[in-house]
Write a protein that binds this ligand. Structure first.
Ligand SMILES: C[S@@+](CC[C@H](N)C(=O)[O-])C[C@H]1O[C@@H](n2cnc3c(N)ncnc32)[C@H](O)[C@@H]1O
Ligand SMILES: [Zn+2]
Length: 273
């Protein structure tokens, strides 16, 4: 498949006028000639000028942790949920706030699918596009998703803010949202160490779940929890990959006693009401 064919398969919309964008090998253009260049790495920036929340460093550390396989069991459960609830022959997956692309890049590898991933951070999208060739990467804002209504089978929202009216708009009638939020033991070994520096309390998932149920019809709620051994270098990468510790001086933490790390993630699956 050529680059243009892949981008056309993602059915992107112009962020200026909302009309369909068509790709050649260099750029995407709408009928009104609004034009968006395809970057060298193959992604498209549909949000020129917008800034990002997190530094490139955070995404590099996420990638390091993902590459060690720490999130593979979670990925496996996500795949099962997507296949069970999206129910389409050729699943259209949208990874909202995809970061460096681990989930979109590694899900549905052995199935026919269209995978689109976007993030507000250009650096993150760049990393994704460099590595995962079967995914269409875009810089975009989840408050204004540049995709047609009723075009997506599954919206994946991993540790990322949600806009349920946009998610509902782009979802097909039987499509689903899978939202991953940290369970109370998520990275508990690191959070315990950082407690003195952190002024905020533990992550409050109650409100997030209520908000989810207000906007979606919950159909399944899973929890994936496991603890894995880590080396000191891996513990350091973990400490630098999570926004939970963004305000913490990681250099000041004594990570020498951290021998294991717990992944605890809740997976909320919802359909349109
Ligand atoms: C904690 S990171 C998770 C990234 C990825 N899902 C993962 O698990 O590795 C949250 C992501 O949401 C993105 N993000 C935050 N607000 C956004 C918005 N309004 N539109 C698109 N992406 C957004 C951030 O840039 C960041 O990449
Ligand atoms: Zn346009």
């Amino acid at each position: 498949m050529t680059r243009a064919e892949k981008l056309n398969g993602a059915r992107l919309l112009c962020p200026v006028c909302g009309k369909r964008l068509l790709a050649d090998e260099q750029a995407l253009r709408c009928v009104q000639s609004h034009t968006f260049d395809i970057a060298r790495q193959g992604y498209v920036n549909l949000l020129p000028g917008k800034g990002a929340f997190y530094p490139l460093e955070l995404f590099r550390n996420r990638r390091e942790v993902f590459d060690h396989g720490f999130y593979a069991p979670l990925l496996e459960r996500m795949e099962e949920l997507i296949v069970k609830h999206a129910k389409s022959e050729k699943i259209v997956l949208l990874d909202a706030g995809c970061g460096e692309g681990y989930y979109a890049g590694n899900l549905l590898k052995n199935r026919e699918s269209v995978k689109v991933a976007f993030d507000i951070s250009r650096e993150a999208v760049q990393l994704g596009a460099q590595r995962y060739e079967d995914v269409t990467f875009i810089v975009a804002d989840l408050k204004r998703i540049p995709l047609p209504s009723h075009s997506v089978d599954c919206v994946l929202d991993v540790l990322t803010p949600a806009d349920y009216s946009e998610f509902t708009r782009v979802l097909k009638k039987n499509g689903c949202v899978i939202k991953a939020i940290p369970g109370e033991s998520y990275l508990k070994e690191l959070r315990a160490l950082a407690q003195e520096q952190l002024r905020s309390g533990p992550y409050e998932s109650g409100r997030v779940k209520d908000y989810f149920a207000e906007h979606m019809r919950p159909v399944q709620h899973d929890r994936v929890t496991y603890t894995l051994p880590v080396t000191p270098d891996e513990a350091r990468a973990f400490a630098r990959m999570t926004p939970m510790l963004q305000r913490v001086d990681v250099k000041a933490l004594d990570l020498s006693g951290v021998r294991e790390i717990t992944i605890d993630m809740e997976l909320l699956v919802g359909k349109k009401k």
